[in-house]
Structure formats: structure tokens, C-alpha cells
Design a protein around this ligand. Structure first.
Ligand code: HEM
Length: 205
């Protein structure tokens, strides 16, 4: 009962930044006062990119929380991961439609020419693969491959902050902090993996 309620609350909380953005965009398109600054396209790219990385951090925090004793933490993993992908998709849509008016020739050239954008594109493809294969049915169908495939999230934890860091021109303070948190989350996993191996070797006859 509580779990279902908490899940609904988490769902609404994670949707709130998108709802706020939708509301502001409605004002922008209706020529009403809005909070998207004088350069709404740039604001939206930054806003959606930042929410994608924040929710990616939340997703990667769930396993350590489950090791620490919050057993149901893992049941939020899929929802959080899909929300991170959702914000990344809004980020891409903004770039594809509002920035470049779906001019695929220019977009392809930009992706191939600028390494920072290429890194973002690789991250976007990984996010898409993880989202499509996140269902229970895919989990059954792919078996052991599913686990291996979903380890690509660790690649995301490296690619996304590098992409953001290279793209931002001004203050990189917030992104540096996110990069450090993601590095810490990866190190925790590495430490746990090594500790598990060490224990296994110690128990061998
Ligand atoms: C084809 C794929 C991608 C493209 C073309 C792209 C494009 C951009 C652009 C143009 C910016 C610069 C915004 C600005 O300061 O004006 C940016 C920043 C950023 N992007 Fe991407 N991006 C892509 C993929 C991704 C993905 C998959 C994520 C996250 C999951 C992401 C997260 C970020 C972050 C965190 C920033 C920095 C935001 C800030 O602090 O200003 N991007 N991206």
C-alpha cells in the first residue's frame, strides 16, 4: 500500500520539471511573459540536459541505497532510468527541432564535426537501447545478455558529464559536482565488485 503510494509520488515528482517547462513553453508560444530567458532554445537545452543528468544520478544511487538496507530502492530503478531518458529525449528534440528545424544534413554534419556532440549522440543511443530493453519481457528474452547490456549505464555515467562539460562555455561548477558524484558512484561499484572477487578467491579450497 505504502509502496504504491510512494511510487505515485516519485512519478509526479520526476514529472514536475517537464510540466513546469511545458507551462513556460505554452506562455512563450502565446507571447505571454515566461521564465525561459531571452534565449529560450538555449535555456531549454540546458534545463533538459541538467535534469537528464540529475535523474541519471538518482538512478545510479538506487543500488547503493539497496545495499545500505532500503530494500525496495531497486523497484524505482526502471522509473528513474526512463525519466532520465525522457529528459534526454526532450533535450534532443529541442536541438533537432527548435535549434536546427529538423535539417538532417546540418545535424549530421554537426554530430560528425564536433566531438562533444558526437559523445552526446553516443550517450543518446545508449539511453535509447536501455529504455527499449527495460521491460520485464525483454529481461526474460535476453537472459544473461540483458545484465551485460544494462551495464552500459556505467558508460553513460562517464559520457554524459564529459559531453556536458565540453558543451558548457561558462560556469562549470554544477557539472563538475555531478561529474564527481557519478565518479563516486562508479567507484563504489568497482569497490564492491573487487571485494566480491576477493571474497570468492579467499573461499576457494
Ligand atoms: C545527439 C545528442 C545530443 C546533442 C546534440 C546535445 C546537444 C547539447 C547542446 C547543444 C548543449 C549545450 C547547451 C548550451 O549550453 O547551450 C548540451 C549540453 C548538455 N547536454 Fe547534451 N546533447 C546530446 C545528448 C545528451 C544526452 C544524452 C544527455 C544526458 C543524458 C545530455 C546532457 C547534457 C548536459 C548535462 C548539458 C549541459 C547543460 C548545462 O549545464 O548547460 N546531452 N547538449
Amino acid at each position: 500500500m505504502h509502496k504504491a503510494l510512494f511510487k505515485k509520488i516519485a512519478f509526479v515528482l520526476l514529472a514536475t520539471p517537464a510540466l513546469w517547462l511545458g507551462w513556460q513553453m505554452y506562455h512563450w508560444f502565446s507571447f505571454l511573459p515566461h521564465e525561459l530567458t531571452a534565449n529560450p532554445q538555449k535555456f531549454i537545452t540546458q534545463y533538459t540536459g541538467l535534469w537528464a543528468i540529475r535523474i541519471l544520478i538518482v538512478t545510479l544511487c538506487l543500488s547503493p541505497l539497496s545495499w545500505a538496507g532500503w530494500r525496495s530502492a531497486l523497484s524505482y530503478r526502471r522509473m528513474a532510468g526512463l525519466y532520465a531518458a525522457f529528459y534526454a529525449m526532450l533535450h534532443l528534440l529541442n536541438y533537432f527541432i527548435l535549434d536546427y528545424g529538423l535539417d538532417m544534413a546540418v545535424i549530421t554534419k554537426d554530430i560528425l564535426k564536433r566531438p562533444a556532440i558526437s559523445i552526446g549522440a553516443i550517450a543518446a543511443v545508449i539511453m535509447m537501447i536501455l529504455s527499449i530493453t527495460s521491460t520485464q519481457a525483454m529481461m526474460w528474452r535476453l537472459g544473461r545478455l540483458w545484465r551485460r547490456l544494462h551495464r552500459m549505464i556505467y558508460g553513460l555515467a562517464i559520457l554524459v558529464p564529459v559531453h556536458g562539460f565540453l558543451m558548457v562555455k561558462g560556469d562549470r561548477m554544477e557539472l563538475s559536482l555531478y561529474g564527481m558524484i557519478l565518479a563516486g558512484l562508479l567507484l563504489m561499484r568497482l569497490w564492491r565488485f573487487c571485494a566480491g572477487r576477493y571474497r570468492l578467491m579467499g573461499n576457494r579450497p
